[in-house]
Each structure stands twice: as structure tokens, then as C-alpha cells.
Design a protein. Structure first.
Length: 266
């Protein structure tokens, strides 16, 4: 999988000190869903503690971040999935936020609701045409979009929406990021996919089990498609890494940066 490396110092020397100025570099990789949030937290940290830490953050998927931190390639792995039994030993998952996963269609196919059974039938390939989906606004073949296996959003979708015995149809187009699913669905009236609720612009977030997929309903506990965001370390975090994770989990950051666009972890 191609990984897009973003060196945060490029966002501005005042916010992200250069290597010569900074005393410590914190390398991070992982989830494309967590990425927008971790950038905002890193910017806030650099503003509060100038010239102390240089951040370098790359994307690629939750499994990439978890694997990188296990191999000591990065200090922190960002994950939008929970710890699994098959993950390497010694990992510590620190929860930093929660967010929602939305089923999205093209705006031309703005359905009033999808039940879990309908979602399962569509994504498993049991139902292949919109003509056979109650409430659909379009006809013709259903064009499925899913995430790659490295994705925590894919893992959350499988656990929350599909259940343990069903898989997404192999005919589904696999996308490496939320943004790619978003673009595919926005450009195709017959498309359907799933994304983090920060990536719904240009698509239609279909209500699930009668509840709209939005921040208010996620915060209230009404929307059922909510999952966790994690910072993952090899062993208990120490030093600058611990200070940064504690900062991310602090009441000040949770009530400001996190609460603005996500669900605080507590």
C-alpha cells in the first residue's frame, strides 16, 4: 500500500518546529480516519509547547500504524479499530476519541433509511440491484465500495454493520482511504460505501436503523455505528510520547478540539 507521508513542519515553522529547533521527533502513522484529528491535536501541542517536538505523520490504515509501532518504526500508531487477538504483543491502546461510521450513497439516491438487514444484503452481494432495495431512488446495478484490509473503518463496518458471519462481496471496489470512497460515491449515482462521518460531504449519509448519522446522534448514544479512536504504543508511553498522549486525552483538548468534530472518549 502506498503511504502518503506528511511532515507537519511544512504547515508552518511557528506551529511545527524544524529538526534543528525541536528537541524530539514524534513519528506517527496509521488510520486515515484518525489523521485529521491527530493533525489538529499536534498543531495545538506545538502551539502550547513551541520548539519542543517535531511531528511527522503518515497515513495508510490502522493496520499499518499498528504494525509500524510494533516494529519500532514509529512512536505512535493511530488506529480506528480496537485491539485484536492477532495483534503483536506488548501494545498499549490509549483511547483518544470516538466517532461514527456512515453508510453513504450518491445524493441522487437519498434513501430515508437502511435497516441492518438491508445493509447486510447489499454489501454481501445478496442484493445486486437498486430495483430490489426498498426506498432506493435509482435503478440499475449496485456499485459497492469498501475499504482495504488494513483499514480500521473496514473492521468497524464489519463488526457493527455486517456481524461475524458475513463479509463484503469480493466484487466490491477496494479503496485505500475514506476520501477515495467519498469521491467514488459522490461521482456515481449507483454507488454505495461507508466512511467516517467527517468524509460525507458530496455524498448522502443514509440514516441507519432510523437514526441519522451525525455528530449529535453519536454524542447522545442514539446512533449505533460508533467506534473508538486510539493512539497505540509499544509498551506504556514514556517521555515526550506520554506527555503528548496525556495532552490529547486531557479535559482541555477533549472539550475543545475533540468535542467540536468528534465524540470525547469518556
Amino acid at each position: 500500500m502506498r503511504r502518503s507521508l506528511i511532515v507537519l513542519a511544512a504547515f508552518g515553522a511557528a506551529a511545527f518546529p524544524t529538526a534543528a529547533q525541536a528537541k524530539t521527533t514524534i513519528l506517527m502513522s496509521g488510520s486515515t480516519s484518525v489523521y485529521p484529528l491527530e493533525v489538529k491535536i499536534a498543531q495545538a501541542y506545538a502551539k502550547k509547547y513551541p520548539n519542543t517536538v517535531k511531528f511527522s505523520i503518515s497515513q495508510g490504515g490502522s493496520d499499518i500504524g499498528i504494525g509500524d509501532v510494533a516494529r519500532k518504526r514509529v512512536s505512535i500508531g493511530a488506529s480506528s479499530r480496537d485491539l485484536q487477538s492477532g495483534d503483536p504483543g506488548g501494545l498499549v491502546f490509549s483511547k483518544i476519541a470516538r466517532d461514527g461510521v456512515c453508510v453513504v450513497t450518491n445524493p441522487d439516491n437519498a434513501m430515508a433509511n437502511l435497516s441492518q438487514q438491508q445493509v447486510q444484503d447489499i454489501f454481501s452481494g445478496k442484493v445486486r440491484r437498486w430495483d430490489d432495495v426498498e426506498g432506493a431512488k435509482v435503478t440499475g446495478p449496485i456499485n459497492l465500495n469498501t475499504r482495504t484490509q488494513a483499514s480500521g473503518t473496514q473492521d468497524a463496518f464489519r463488526n457493527i454493520f455486517m456481524g461475524p458471519s458475513l463479509n463484503v462481496a469480493p466484487s466490491a471496489s477496494q479503496k485505500a482511504s475514506n476520501g477515495l470512497v467519498q469521491s467514488a460515491v459522490a461521482g456515481d449515482p449507483n454507488a454505495i460505501g461507508y466512511v467516517d462521518f467527517k468524509f460525507t460531504e458530496g455524498t448522502f449519509a443514509v440514516p441507519y436503523k432510523g437514526v441519522a448519522c451525525n455528530l449529535r446522534n453519536a454524542k447522545s448514544g442514539q446512533y449505533p455505528g460508533v467506534r473508538n479512536f486510539w493512539f497505540v504504543t509499544l509498551g506504556q508511553p514514556k517521555g515526550a510520547v506520554k506527555k503528548y498522549i496525556d495532552f490529547a486525552r486531557s479535559p482541555a483538548i477533549q472539550s475543545s478540539i475533540v468535542a467540536k468534530d468528534y465524540v470525547p472518549y469518556k
